[in-house]
Design a protein around this ligand. Sequence first.
Ligand code: MEV
Length: 307
Amino acid sequence: MKGEGHGYGKVILFNEHFVVYGIPAIASAIGMRTIAIVEPSEKFELVDNRPETPGYKKEKLEQQKQSLENIFKAMNLKPDKIKITLSGDLIAASGVGASAASCVSIARALDGYYKLGLDDEKINQIAYEGEKAYHGNPSGIDNTASTYGGLIWYQRTPDRIIMNRLPLKEPVEIVIGNTGKVANTKLAVQGVRERKEKYPEKYNKIFKEAEEMVYDARSALETFDLNKIGDLMSKNHKLLQQIEVSSPELDFLVEIALDNGAIGAKMTGGGLGGNMIALTPGRDLQEKVAKAMEKEGFQTMKTTLGG
Ligand code: MEV
């Protein structure tokens, strides 16, 4: 008897952080995922075989334990004699949806093991409960991208969640650059809240720009205007710099990407370390940008949007 499930990694193309305040955001699943297997065991065991940014798993251990508790509670389970094994090609790192992918994969594997027959909507709700241990009060964009895959438009207001699939004419190559720094999303989100309260005028202006930009980005994605998408991504990075969630390493990686021909680049996810993405249509450009980052000592992942 065995249960198995997967969850995709993700990148946020527009408006991480702003999404926490009800502003729409755009995210894409990437072609890398986490796989969870649930099997019978003498005692409760969690074996985490995911590749990682050094230090990530240790740093997140307490949050991971709490996340499992949340998942069990949301599923009305009290499992004591199972082994959960995590693996897959998604690197456990900040900014690529690693926590969401693990929550989704575990919920699916438990669903299979206990033959609960849950649909994606329910899996997504359970993963959201799991995500709370990592994020505090998550917007839900990460677990939604991780559950459904593809390119999504996401907005969470106090009374409703809007999730639309966006079309992408064909997969587009991207490079994900890893700062090598494990980041704490909860603290990053909290920092924005504090500064937003302290400097309302400055922050309201930036938030308004983020909101206007995402509608242009949606049109550019729908018409497959890659230059426009790239340009808006770089502008979105500037807004994230202004709310102080970028970092010198993220800014350096963005600079390397743009200097080497990427048509857009930005941090992705919570920031303060973690990962960034560069839009690099075509294998040659993708290779060139990845090489330039690696030459400076950074790890990269080459994958596609909408793949
Ligand atoms: C983290 O991947 C995205 C944030 O916007 C937090 C959230 O949406 O819950 C920073």
